[in-house]
Design a protein. Structure first.
Length: 202
């Protein structure tokens, strides 16, 4: 396993966000004391006034240095409210969604392929505290797989499933932030991200 990219959001401020991330959508910021251990965190408020269903509201994306068929990724995530179904981490192929890990209005984690939910966990995450979420996944139309861990515990897994949405069996971008399943939602809430990593499996 090789570490491809990581960010603890501790070493820079909001004005330098694009030094580590390729794109910032909405009003993301670095909260210097909002991290899970008192350091920095990515702060993504969410009151988007959306006019398009399933578009990112407040999010950051990172272009990866290569195409990855199998990968491991983790991030600490905190939310203030679960008012709509939303994604936490999105994996894309040149801007088009392949696979996501999200949370529903009951606080349950799910895995979805470009918005189509593949499975929902019985376990749920807690509000206003950090939860560490990790996924190991393989992108493929027939032999795809995923394993999702919540705070170190396996809560979702499957093999020989369709995890591929595009014509390509890989991802080359990762996005932190919400693709919401609601139209015109204006509820104010807060997402915080910390201690992000992305690895290959070599």
């Amino acid at each position: 396993m090789s570490l491809i990219f990581f960010d603890g959001f501790d070493t820079y401020g909001t004005s330098n966000l694009l030094l580590d991330w390729t794109q910032s959508i909405g009003t993301n910021a670095i909260n210097n004391t909002g991290g899970r251990r008192g350091g920095g965190a990515l702060y993504s408020p969410n009151n988007a006034h959306l006019n398009i269903i399933s578009e990112p509201a407040h999010a950051v994306s990172r272009s990866l240095p290569s195409n990855f068929t199998t990968f491991i990724c983790g991030v600490a995530f905190e939310a203030s409210i679960f008012h709509v179904v939303k994604n936490i981490i999105t994996f894309r192929d040149s801007g088009t969604r392949q696979l996501e890990v999200g949370v529903n209005t009951a606080g349950q984690l799910f895995v979805s392929r470009a918005g189509t939910v593949l499975a929902t966990s019985g376990a749920s995450i807690s509000l206003n505290v950090y939860n560490y979420i990790e996924i190991k996944a393989t992108i493929n139309n027939t032999t795809g797989s995923y394993e999702v861990r919540l705070n170190g515990n396996n809560v979702l897994s499957a093999t020989n499933v369709d995890t591929q949405n595009t014509a390509n069996a890989f991802i080359n971008e990762v996005l932190l932030g919400a693709y919401e399943r609601a139209l015109g939602d204006t509820t104010l809430c807060t997402h915080k991200y910390d201690d992000f990593y992305f690895c290959d499996t070599t």
